[in-house]
Design a protein around this ligand. Structure first.
Ligand code: PEP
Ligand code: MN
Length: 473
């Protein structure tokens, strides 16, 4: 049997990952105390090959002593919000970059993404009369799983880019070498972004009475912008009406906003895991909502083990080959208490598969009595390569997957819980199509993503309006 870890000892173990093997599944309350370490007994996929293990130990020890980025009570609040999604009483809107970069931290781009999400939320709330739970794919989305560990260009082979948390995007041996110091930089960048997110969402920027201002400079530029402007007029009149009736509209001055990212790098997540003194429950404090990616969700893997020990609301991506047995086993491992709001399944089956794959999964989970949230990620099952070599996605295909997802739930009488999308508020040209059609030949114009192609501002609003129609019909 391996060494037994005391709370906070994760960093010591991190210095020698191979030597640390825990074979015991501790019973509560030790279960939560071991959240930071129990995963080390399981194989962890997609972890960087850190060349300097001593440096990794020093960094994770530093992180273990650093303040949490989010509070446990905030994670509990999001779990309650997600419970409303599971019950069909709310909708989840989650979006942001595929891969955040350190260079992009705290810039105008973050403000643009936030503004786009707020606009989409207004469109969805207006159409459904349901609250929209807003989660940014931000302030922590710095690590990427890759389908190949190496990348080849013109006969040169280097390690793949794994996100700014691990190495640099530049195609040089130096940049591509994993550097544990980047985990600290990830924490610092996340803290800066989160500070800006909190400032903007509570400091007036997200005030619903600013519903017009979010659209500034955008109206004339696109059909979606014009359509939004009409909606904003309507909302403005409704607010004026309520004020005239004596309702205090200051209630809408702030927006509740959460952040989340793929919980990929377990050394990082473990170092930021904190046990609440009152309840003994362990929380990942790097973000409110963490998810397990399609490539790391194997049942006997380290990610599922780590996620089973934290009390945050969590999500798991489900690709087209997911079997009902896998989903039921995930429910058992990750939501043994059948707690509404605890577990979200993010389906990314592809537009051509979602109608075949999803019904059985939903039916089996329902028969099991679990109240999970079902969310559509219409991006990751629909990636193609344009003739120019750019990785892209067609807006129509993205929309078709969302449609298929909603159709399946309508037929089963279950709730299409929302969407998880890669988007930006910038006018990039990464996805093809949309009302302001981006053409294949436009792709090189503003192709700025560090990883997967994102919907631009107009395409994101288009998607919100078209999804709103789905919810209404
Ligand atoms: C992602 O969300 O960027 C991602 C890698 O997704 P998936 O795990 O679904 O492939
Ligand atoms: Mn992606």
């Amino acid at each position: 049997a391996g060494r037994r870890a005391a709370p906070g000892a994760a960093s010591t173990a991190a210095a020698a990952p191979a030597a640390a093997a825990f074979t015991v599944h501790d019973a509560a309350p030790a279960a939560s105390a071991s959240a930071a370490s129990s995963w080390r007994a399981f194989p962890a996929r997609q972890q960087p090959d850190w060349p300097d293990v001593a440096a990794l130990g020093a960094v994770t020890r530093g992180l273990a002593a650093a303040p949490p980025l989010v509070a446990a009570a905030e994670c509990d609040l999001l779990r309650r919000r997600m419970a409303a999604v599971a019950r069909g009483e709310a909708i989840l809107l989650q979006g942001g970059d595929c891969a955040e970069t350190f260079a992009g931290t705290g810039t105008e781009s973050l403000r643009g993404t936030l503004r786009t999400l707020l606009q989409m939320a207004v469109v969805l709330t207006h159409a459904t009369a349901l609250p929209v739970v807003k989660v940014g794919r931000m302030a922590g989305q710095y690590a990427k799983p890759r389908s190949s560990p190496v990348e080849e260009r013109d006969g040169v082979t280097l390690p793949s880019y794994r996100g700014d948390a691990v190495n640099g995007l530049e195609f040089t041996a130096g940049a591509r070498r994993p550097d544990a110091g980047r985990l600290r930089a990830m924490y610092d960048a996340s803290a800066r972004s989160l500070n800006l997110v909190r400032a903007l969402t509570t400091g007036g920027f997200a005030d619903l009475r600013q519903v017009h201002a979010w659209n500034q400079g955008f109206v004339a530029a696109s059909g979606a912008g014009e359509r939004y402007e009409q909606l904003a007029d309507e909302i403005g009149r409704s607010l004026a009406f309520m004020r005239a009736c004596g309702v205090d509209t200051r209630e809408v001055a702030t927006a509740e906003f959460f952040v989340g990212h793929e919980g990929l790098l377990l050394d990082y997540e473990a170092a930021l895991t904190r046990v609440e003194p009152g309840t003994g429950r362990a929380y990942a404090t790097s973000g409110h909502l963490l998810w397990i990616g399609e490539r790391t969700r194997e049942l006997d893997g380290a990610h599922v083990e780590y996620f089973s020990r934290i009390a945050n609301p969590i999500a798991v991506k489900l690709g087209p080959t997911t079997t009902p047995d896998t989903v039921l086993a995930l429910v058992d491992r990750l939501d043994p208490d059948r707690e509404p709001g605890r577990l979200t399944f993010v389906v990314r089956a592809g537009a051509d598969r979602v109608r075949d794959v999803l019904p059985t999964l939903v039916e089996k989970v329902n028969a099991e009595g679990a109240q999970v949230c079902w969310v559509s990620d219409p991006m990751h099952g629909n990636t193609t390569t344009a003739p120019s070599g750019h990785k892209t996605r067609r807006f129509d295909t993205v929309l078709d997957e969302v449609r298929g997802f909603v159709e399946v739930h309508r037929e089963l009488g279950t709730h299409p819980g929302g969407i998880h999308v890669e988007l930006t508020g910038d006018d990039v040209t990464e996805c093809v199509g949309g009302g302001n059609a981006v053409l294949e030949e436009d792709l090189p114009d503003r192709y700025e993503t560090a990883c997967d192609p994102r919907l631009n501002h107009a395409q994101s609003l288009d998607l919100a309006f078209l999804l709103a129609e789905q919810y209404r019909s």
